[in-house]
Design a protein around this ligand. Structure first.
Ligand code: CA
Length: 500
């Protein structure tokens, strides 16, 4: 077993939870790192064991969410792009936040954008031709000279940390010809240069996503990005990375990047990749191509949640896990409900409707499989509007830690009402739970929580139901749920039982 998989096993035994600590519409006020530092103890207390932080390096301006990456080595330290800080604060504040998170046993994963660069310092001339956006293998003209934004000198940083300067030949494509002011997808032409292999096949070849596309087959680029990965992991004492846009990156670059960083660091280094595709086969093939060196987000499960929330009572809940990564590769999957791209108004908009979010979170937080990721927007809110789900998520996180242990059985046997049980284990006193989800009318489900729970009095903890239930001598019980809601049943504490 690979070393980092051993670490993952440890986390799953502790019922670890990752939190994506940002949403798209945070204010451009440079306060996120300070907020995160002040929040570390609270995050620990609610059961967060790792935080995925946004791209922490200089983008096209202080208002850049981070994906318009300009300088990977500028962590809010140099006066570049009109600002020293990033959208989230300064390097000093970032390091203080990470130290505080580590003091509270919370791992830190950095969002790593290695597919493209933006905000070049100057234009350069090179040969290129525009391609058909729907078929990137189809040139729209013979090669001609263009003037493109590919010169990165980093005048504000100079040679500190790295003397590498980027030029047109480190890129495979770009989005604008300054000479004639035209935008498009330009494939850069040079001997041996091509769109990369080992990328998604959508649009013919999906190497190009946006801005200036980094040529991950160029030996100087590979060496520089590897050097950066090792540098940033050491400088920030990172515990892992979330790799952005890997669908558009040579899979063999990703594989060697992770093995190189891990072998240099000589310690565990977690990785999860964003391969935004609903197609399970594509995700499974990708995992094979990278030799199972990283986890993937379960995009299929997200879309199932989205569709269930759209369809309501028309949705067949028995299919909720169909086509999901978590069902086939439970130890290589990060489960999530929404993120900064799926939230309303963003590039991959598919936000799960509010009424279904408690059910979606209940499933990812209480089922045995997967490494759940809690979205900042669902906990704290989006665009300045507080989330209505925080209280429910607090409850579910608490249930995850104390009750979501032991053997599991799924009861995905009715189109409108499904359930699952965790039977508990000896290491966690009073553990075990019953979850019921409805997209239709009020319902109930006969489930078995094990004879070890016979005679116990259980209650519902999300506020959905007020009655108590007594587990039968055979471990069976009928667990009710209100229409269109979720119900989470656990053993009622002894002292509360006597009080009622
Ligand atoms: Ca690419």
């Amino acid at each position: 077993m690979k070393k980092y998989q051993k670490l993952k096993k440890l986390w799953s035994m502790k019922n670890g939870v990752m939190m994506q600590y940002f949403e798209w519409n945070l204010p451009d006020d440079g306060t996120l790192w300070k907020q995160l530092k002040d929040d570390a103890r609270h995050l620990h207390d609610i059961g967060i064991t790792a935080v995925w932080i946004p791209p922490a390096y200089k983008g096209t301006g202080s208002n850049d969410v981070g994906y318009g990456t300009y300088d990977l080595y500028d962590l809010g330290e140099f006066d570049q792009k009109g600002t020293v800080r990033t959208k989230y604060g300064t390097r000093q504040e970032l390091q203080e936040a990470i130290a505080e998170l580590h003091r509270h046993d919370i791992c830190v994963y950095l969002d790593a954008v290695m597919n493209h660069k933006a905000g070049a310092d100057r234009t350069e001339k090179c040969m290129a031709y525009p391609v058909d956006p729907d078929n990137r293998d189809q040139p729209l003209a013979e090669p001609y000279e263009i003037e493109c934004w590919t010169g990165f000198d980093f005048p504000g940083r100079g040679d500190k940390y790295s003397s590498f300067k980027w030029h047109w030949y480190h890129f495979s494509g770009t989005d604008r010809n300054e000479a004639d002011g035209k935008n498009g997808i330009y494939q850069i032409v040079s001997e041996g240069k091509a769109w990369s292999i080992g990328v998604d096949t959508e649009n013919g070849n999906y190497d190009y996503l946006m801005h200036s596309d980094i040529d991950l087959n160029h030996p100087e680029v590979i060496a520089e990005l590897n050097r950066w990965g090792i540098w940033v992991a050491r400088e920030l004492e990172l515990d892992g990375m979330r790799l952005d846009a890997i669908k558009h990156m040579n899979d063999q670059f990703v594989r060697q990047f992770l093995t190189t960083v891990r072998s240099e660091l000589k310690r565990d280094f977690y990785a999860v990749g964003e391969y935004w595709k609903e197609d399970l086969t594509a995700l499974e093939e990708y995992l094979g191509h990278v030799d199972y060196e990283l986890d993937l987000f379960d995009v299929g499960l997200h879309y199932n949640f989205f569709q269930a929330s759209q369809a309501g009572r028309e949705y067949d809940l028995r299919t909720l896990l169909d086509g999901t990564l978590v069902r086939n590769h439970p130890t290589l999957t990060v489960t999530f409900v929404d993120n900064h791209d799926s939230q309303k108004g963003c590039s991959l908009e598919s936000q799960v409707e509010d009424w279904f979010k408690p059910s979606a979170y209940a499933l990812v937080l209480l089922m045995r499989e997967g490494y759940p990721c809690l979205f900042y927007g669902d906990y704290y809110g989006m665009d300045g509007t507080p989330s209505p789900h925080r209280g429910t998520i607090d409850t579910l996180l608490n249930v995850r830690r104390h009750y979501a242990h032991g053997e599991q059985e799924l009861y995905f046997d009715h189109p409108s009402t499904i359930g699952l049980v965790r039977r508990g284990d000896d290491k966690h006193p009073d553990s075990g739970l019953a979850l019921v989800i409805s997209v239709g009318d009020e319902g109930d489900k006969l489930m078995n929580v094990g004879t070890q729970h016979a005679g116990e009095v259980w209650h519902e903890v999300t506020g959905n139901r007020s009655e108590t239930l007594t587990i039968g001598p055979d471990g069976n019980c009928v667990f009710p749920v209100s229409g269109g809601k979720t119900a989470v049943w656990v053993k009622k504490p002894e002292e509360e039982q006597q009080a009622t």
